[in-house]
Write a protein that binds this ligand. Structure first.
Ligand code: SF4
Ligand code: SF4
Length: 453
């Protein structure tokens, strides 16, 4: 693709990097066939090739506040990165959309309700100390607020914020220092577990399951109170400085905890932590530790698969599970099969759906900011996942689990919950089935093996 940046513009590192990526694009359109928003709309501007054109114009014209009619197409991008996997020319679309989002993060052309939602996502959802009390309040007012949000089109997106409140009670985030439970292949290595932000409040059962698996595998696990949100939400919304602050706080917390490695059970957050080396490269004090920790940051399955031997897991009974590989695992980390293989190793029957490469609709913040697109993609994904004979759907990212669970008739679990079950932990299928029937999921571990309570 031809570009027309001035020499002055090209002296800016962001523009120089964007120019390099833009020039790789040969307009072939292969990426369009695997882009979920293009498949839904058939609109060139809703596909990667169209978005790349729009990004070029925004950058060439130095626009921080493009009209909403343009910006909307970029905002609707799920950042699923399916296009980067498909592109034969190696165009770094992830870099391009990151740069464009940083430029347009504060654009006033966005509708007011959207700007408010973006602030709510950054200031409340990513901070468990705020999210938990707000969620408790939200559960009280949800019956009144829901009809109002549904009746006013400008407020419809707010219903997505209420959805988890109807199904789950907010829990206190898991914190503490947990020695190994078994003389496993982890050899007593001291690792940090990142419990994140929304998962810390609404997905505590997942963190407990991961903790149990790691301890049974012989790891000494630390969950420092000062470590929290990975910063992916802020980065997705173009707020790079905020994301950098999150990364710095986490790196400091893990340094204080004196851990060798960091384990992340949300694949979206794992990709983000692996990028900490780049994010903190300009920080004189933290650049080197960030590089070391990012090198030793592992998505849970990646760590388990790298052990010299597997923990002694065994599925308590035969169960057929549908495997949903999140985009962050498929297109960012590029390890979509690792959890599936571990589940099979533990004795579960694991099936894979058609269109496994397509996003479920939860990409980025779209479950909240673009509920219509997110719901259409979810329906398409569930039509492939809910096959006769399957007992549950397993995934590797809290956002996907939450988003799919809101409309699925099969229970949704994280694969760590199945592995924990195979290591004498609680049965996640009966728990998830209860939650999907409307009973609140128990926020506390009932395995009797956690020492936290
Ligand atoms: S596949 Fe790559 S080179 Fe082809 S149009 Fe898409 S981004 Fe450009
Ligand atoms: S990241 Fe996903 S939604 Fe965005 S342009 Fe690429 S394929 Fe389409």
């Amino acid at each position: 693709m031809q570009t027309h940046f001035t020499p002055e513009q090209l002296r800016q590192p962001d523009i120089a990097a964007a120019n390099q990526e833009l020039r790789k694009c040969v307009h072939c359109g292969f990426c369009m066939a695997t882009c979920p928003t293009y498949l839904l709309t058939g609109d060139e501007l809703e596909g990667p090739r169209g978005r790349i054109h729009q990004i070029r114009t925004i950058l060439e014209e130095d626009r921080a506040d493009p009209p909403w009619a343009v910006l909307r197409h970029l905002d609707r991008c799920l950042t699923c990165l399916s296009c980067t996997t498909t592109c034969p020319s190696g165009v770094g679309y992830d870099r391009l959309i990151d740069i464009a989002r940083r430029r347009t993060a504060r654009a006033a052309s966005r509708p007011l309700a959207r700007r408010l939602l973006r602030q709510a996502l950054m200031r409340v959802v990513t901070q468990p100390t705020r999210l938990r009390p707000m969620a408790r309040l939200g559960r009280l007012v949800a019956p009144l607020a829901q009809p109002l949000f549904e009746a006013v089109p400008a407020l419809r997106s707010f219903t997505a914020l209420l959805d988890p409140l109807r199904r789950q009670r907010p829990a206190r985030p898991l914190r503490g220092d947990y020695p190994p439970l078994d003389d496993g292949p982890g050899g007593g290595r001291r690792v940090a577990l990142l419990t994140g932000c929304a998962q810390a409040v609404f997905g505590r059962a997942i963190s407990e399951a991961t903790l149990h698996v790691l301890r049974m595998a012989g790891f000494h696990v630390v969950i420092p109170p000062a470590a929290g949100c990975c910063g992916a939400m802020e980065r997705h919304l173009g707020e790079q400085e905020r994301a950098r602050h999150r990364a710095a706080a986490n790196v400091r917390a893990w340094l204080d905890a004196k851990v060798e490695a960091v384990v992340i059970d949300a694949s979206g957050c794992a990709g983000m932590v692996k990028d900490y080396a780049d994010l903190l490269a300009g920080d004189a004090r933290l650049a080197e530790p960030a590089r070391r920790l990012a090198r030793n940051a592992h998505e849970l399955a990646e760590l388990l698969a790298s052990l010299p031997r597997r923990p002694a897991w065994r599925a308590p009974r035969p169960a057929t599970i549908m495997w949903h590989a999140p985009c962050s695992l498929t297109h960012h980390l590029r390890t979509p099969d690792l959890p599936r293989d571990l589940l099979r190793d533990a004795g579960f029957t694991v099936l894979e759906p058609a269109e496994a490469h397509l996003c479920c609709g939860a990409g980025g913040a779209n479950a909240v900011l673009e509920p219509d697109v997110a719901a259409q993609l979810r329906a398409r994904k569930l039509s492939h996942l809910q096959l006769p004979g399957a007992e549950a759907i397993a995934s590797a990212n809290f956002g996907c689990v939450q988003h799919l669970a809101a409309a699925a008739h099969l229970p949704l679990v994280h694969y760590a919950q199945l592995l924990a079950w195979a290591l004498h932990g609680p049965d996640p299928l009966s728990r998830a089935a209860n939650a999907s029937r409307g009973a609140p999921a128990a926020p506390r571990c009932d395995s009797g093996l956690c020492t936290h309570h």
